[in-house]
Structure formats: C-alpha cells, structure tokens
Design a protein around this ligand. Structure first.
Ligand code: HPA
Length: 245
C-alpha cells in the first residue's frame, strides 16, 4: 500500500476516495492526526498530513517517529513524502517540482531514531543513499507519464525552523552543496530507513531561498502560500500516476 505524507499545502488529498479514518497510537506517541485510508486511481493509499489536518504542528514539533511508525503499522509498503522547499540552485525556480537525491541534516534536538531507549544491540543504518532508488524512479516516471517536468536530483538541506533562514545561512548551505532547503526532510527519511520503509520525497519549490532573486530583500510569506496552492493540483495529478515500484 502507498503511504503519502503531505506537507504544507497538502493537508488533504482531493482525489482520495476516503474509506475510513483511524486514530493511531504508537509506542512513540500519536502521529500528527488520524490516518486517512482510501483509494487513489484504484490503488489503496494511506495519507497522513505531516503538520496535522488543520496545519497546526510546526516542523520542529512534528512527531516524526510516530508518523513513520503509524504508516508502517497501517500496512504502507512504500512512502512518498510531499514537502515544500526554498530554491537555492538556479534551476529550482518557484513552482518547480524536484525529487532530491541527497540530504544534509542541520536539524537538532529532534527525536531522530527508534533506538534511543537502551537498545539491546546498537544498529547502524546505511544512509549513503538516503532515498530509495525505486520510489524516486516511481515519482520521476509518474512525472513523465503525465508530462509534468520534474528536476531529478539535488541535495536537500534540512534546517531546524520554524523560522526561515538568513541570507548568509543560505550562502553557507549553497557552499555545502545544497540545492534546496526545507524543514521537515529529517529525521523523517532516516526513520523510514530504520523502519525498513522505502521512502522518497517529492518537493515543491515554494519560494526562492532567503537572499536569492525576488527573496533578495525578504521572503513574501503570502507568495509561498500562493505558489503552493498553484502547485498542489499538479502534485495530486502526479500522485494519481504513481505506479508501484
Ligand atoms: N526555507 C526552509 N523551508 C522552506 C522554505 C525555505 O525557504 N520554503 C518552504 N519551506
């Protein structure tokens, strides 16, 4: 079953034929909201909005462990995470869709592992390639099928938020090799790997990152909302074209 974690702008899936909702509880606490089970284009899907159904949970307070565990327990066998980002690389203009292939984690103080409660054996996960190759390809080929251009690859810088970055921070992220910046990519991706769930992200560029182009003097937050709103119809269409990897 396909699991979808929706980000800002995607708190519900209009094309999901809802069968039922379920309040999930996990050993790690409650996920961001009830899981929504249904069908998209005839395929079983479970949907969870990362920030809650009313968009009330900020990025640094999301219970990422509970979200990933709830999807796994619900029977998700692969997960597509939808997230908005700021564009750093010149190709990532507002409105662009991108499937990142690498991550740099700048977050701190988040519960970032299932292994923190005196495990009997310490286990290290391989995270050389943080996203699942097959799920990435499923997203990219869905884009080809519905003639929706998607940028293939780029390094996602995960910042702590909830504030946006300074222009100097964005310059540093670029020097580090980041093409885009967002606040929710980690620890979600690492937890999915720990949980054994194939996972990849579809990112929507909502704005130029701080200090860049029309964000040179500041980021217009209402423009982020407008850009996300415009892109979500395309994201929903893309999700309809996803085929099992
Ligand atoms: N920075 C961090 N996260 C974001 C941004 C940004 O500019 N835009 C959307 N999410």
């Amino acid at each position: 079953m396909l699991g979808i974690i929706g980000g800002s702008g995607l708190t519900q899936l209009a094309n999901l034929d809802v069968a039922h909702r379920e309040i999930a509880r996990t050993a790690w606490g409650e996920p961001s909201g009830p899981l929504v089970f249904g069908r998209i284009a005839g395929r079983d899907t479970v949907f969870l909005p990362r920030h809650g159904h009313g968009h009330t949970i900020p990025p640094h307070l999301v219970n990422y462990r509970a979200n990933v565990e709830a999807l796994r327990r619900a029977g998700a066998t692969w997960v597509v995470s939808v997230a908005s980002v700021g564009g750093i690389h010149a190709s990532l203009i507002p409105g662009a869709l991108v499937v990142p292939d690498q991550i740099i984690d700048y977050t701190w103080g988040r519960d970032n592992s299932y292994q923190d409660a005196s495990p009997s054996q310490v286990v290290h996960i391989d995270f050389t390639e943080p996203y699942d190759a097959k799920v990435r390809e499923a997203i990219l080929s869905a884009g080809r099928r519905c003639a929706e251009p998607i940028v293939d690859g780029g390094t996602y810088a995960a910042t702590q938020g909830p504030r946006l970055e300074t222009a100097a921070e964005i310059n540093k992220l670029e020097r580090d090799g980041a093409a885009m910046v967002g606040m929710t990519g980690m620890p979600e991706a690492a937890l999915a790997r720990e949980a054994g769930l194939p996972y990849a992200a579809l990112c929507i560029v909502a704005n130029w990152a701080a200090g860049r182009h029309d964000s040179a003097k500041g980021i217009q937050l209402d423009q982020i909302e407008a850009a996300l709103h415009l892109s979500m119809a395309r994201v929903r269409q893309l999700i309809e074209h996803l085929e099992l990897p």
